[in-house]
Design a protein around this ligand. Structure first.
Ligand code: FAD
Length: 462
């Protein structure tokens, strides 16, 4: 630091006081410096001597232990939403629009979860059939997002009613920034939730532990966010699991979608069979997205995920070469592989109510219905999402939405499609906001108030 300051002072002195002393050699020194260092980068910064480090200890007997640590509080909020995917973004926007201080934590640098970082861009099942009529069941925030994407260049295609649209991942990332900032949500990106904060005292009425926020891992170390209500929309239960919520852990197909470009330059011969792996249309001309099923494995096991990243990337490369080796398709290229691996289902809460395919098919009605779900295609009845499927049985003040809400395996496959995540996320945000506002545990929030607020926000409840 001293050296840089002295150098700067010396140079200033040279320029200010001494036209006479301004020699060819000092000019040479200055220009040499300018070549090698940027003027902005001259301060060394604060010195840390390492005395406050508190690393994990490897004990003599081989145990690895984390010493006790007092955490800095980075924020205190009404509603904390952890995970900025389709469910989490809807939850955060809905809560903030009700006037509550809302905080959204996301491990990556953008929002949208699998719908953007996972390159899963096909919006399945936002409408269903009632008798002869087709009904759009995804309304509220989901419909608002689709409508706003229509107004942005290359935002969405196939929006005609009764079709399943496809959105553009980059446009959706942008739109979410717009909607999250408009709603005045406090945002922590590059923050990985690693723990739940649980009150020292259990709830006096249920005896269950009470969640009071979450711990995020940042480049500055672990930091605490305190919250009246927490919503875990990480998809993997990264907060409700350490909070002690009862859940099941499932294996499911893990793939890696990707996008290819230059399809508009393909020149197949008349009658030529196109190569495999050309994927489906996107809103960007010449660009298609290619889905991948992948093997059914544990999506929270890092060894599994690492192996899959390696093998999926080899497989994609091979597929692309196959396309490029097909006459007429030589200019097709691999634009992008999904930065977020395609984990479909991992941990699912055991809720107060569990959705089953049988009940969904029978059109079971719930008093606490907070949304209507669709499925892969719309030719079936809509099914109700009861609020109790968002609420874990044995922990207070944490609820979930999206792919980890309480459902038997066959039903989870339906729950997890993007429009259903929009709908359950919207409901979770409204419920958590009203619980925080009324000072009640999330389990006891007034259902009529939640339903009214959802309808006010244009949600569809059947
Ligand atoms: C390969 C594949 C193909 C699919 N195809 C379709 C399809 O064609 N149509 C369709 O509608 N659906 C499809 N789906 C399903 C759909 O994409 C997902 O189920 C849906 O995006 C889930 O939304 P979510 O908000 O619950 O979770 P996610 O989209 O997974 O979002 C979770 C968010 O939380 C963040 N996060 C996770 N852990 C942490 C943490 N510890 N701290 C902070 N942030 C965290 C993530 O980065 C992410 O942003 C597909 C899924 C996959 C994997």
């Amino acid at each position: 630091m001293f050296l840089s300051e002295l150098t700067r002072r010396d140079l200033l002195k040279t320029f200010a006081f001494g036209a006479a002393t301004f020699s060819a050699s000092s000019l040479k020194t200055q220009s040499t410096l300018a070549d090698f260092v940027s003027q902005k980068d001259k301060t060394v910064g604060e010195l840390h001597d390492g005395s406050n480090a508190n690393p994990v200890k490897l004990l003599a007997e081989g145990q690895i232990v984390r010493p006790q640590l007092s955490l800095p509080k980075i924020s205190e909020t009404d509603v904390l939403v952890v995970g900025g995917g389709p469910a989490g973004c809807c939850a955060a926007i809905a809560a903030a629009r009700l006037g509550l201080k809302t905080t959204l934590v996301e491990r990556y640098g953008h929002f949208g979860g699998l719908a953007t970082g996972g390159l899963v861009v096909h919006i399945l099942g936002h409408w269903t059939r009632e008798g002869d009529k087709k009904v759009q069941v995804t309304q509220g925030l989901g419909e608002e997002m689709m409508k706003r994407l229509e107004g942005l260049p290359n935002g969405i295609v196939n929006r005609e009613f009764g079709r399943n649209p496809t959105l553009d991942a980059e446009t959706y990332k942008y739109l979410l920034v717009e909607m999250i900032t408009e709603a005045n949500v406090e945002v922590f990106l590059h923050s990985w939730a690693i723990d739940a904060i649980v009150d020292d005292a259990p709830d006096s009425t249920t005896g269950n532990p009470v969640v009071r926020g979450a711990v995020i891992q940042t480049k500055l170390g672990p930091q605490a966010i305190l919250a009246k209500q927490t919503i875990d929309t990480t998809g993997d239960g990264d907060v409700f699991v350490p909070a002690g919520a009862t859940h099941t852990q499932r294996l499911y197909n893990i793939g890696l979608p990707y996008r290819i470009g230059n399809l508009d330059r393909a020149k197949p011969q008349e009658g030529q069979k196109p190569p495999r792996h050309l994927g489906d249309v996107t809103p960007v001309p010449g660009v298609r997205w290619v889905n991948m099923t992948g093997p059914s494995l544990d999506g929270v096991d890092v060894k599994t995920l690492s192996k899959l990243e390696l093998s999926h990337r080899k497989q994609i490369w091979k597929q692309i070469q196959e396309v490029r080796n097909t006459p007429g398709y030589e200019e097709v290229f691999l634009m992008e592989t999904a930065p977020q691996i395609g984990v479909r289902i991992t941990r699912v809460i055991e809720g107060e109510e569990t959705l089953t395919l049988e009940n969904a098919k029978a059109g079971k009605k719930y008093d606490d219905c907070v949304g209507i779900g669709g499925a892969w295609h719309g030719d079936h009845l809509g099914w109700q999402i009861p609020y109790r499927s968002l609420v874990p049985r044995n922990v207070e003040n944490i609820i979930t939405a999206g792919r980890s809400l309480s459902a038997e395996p066959l039903m989870s496959d339906v729950v997890r499609v993007i429009p259903n995540c929009w709908v359950s996320g919207h409901a979770a945000g409204v419920a958590a906001a009203l619980a925080a506002k009324d000072g009640v545990i999330a389990r006891n929030v007034s259902i009529p108030d939640v339903q009214k607020a959802l309808l006010d926000q244009k949600a569809y409840l059947g």
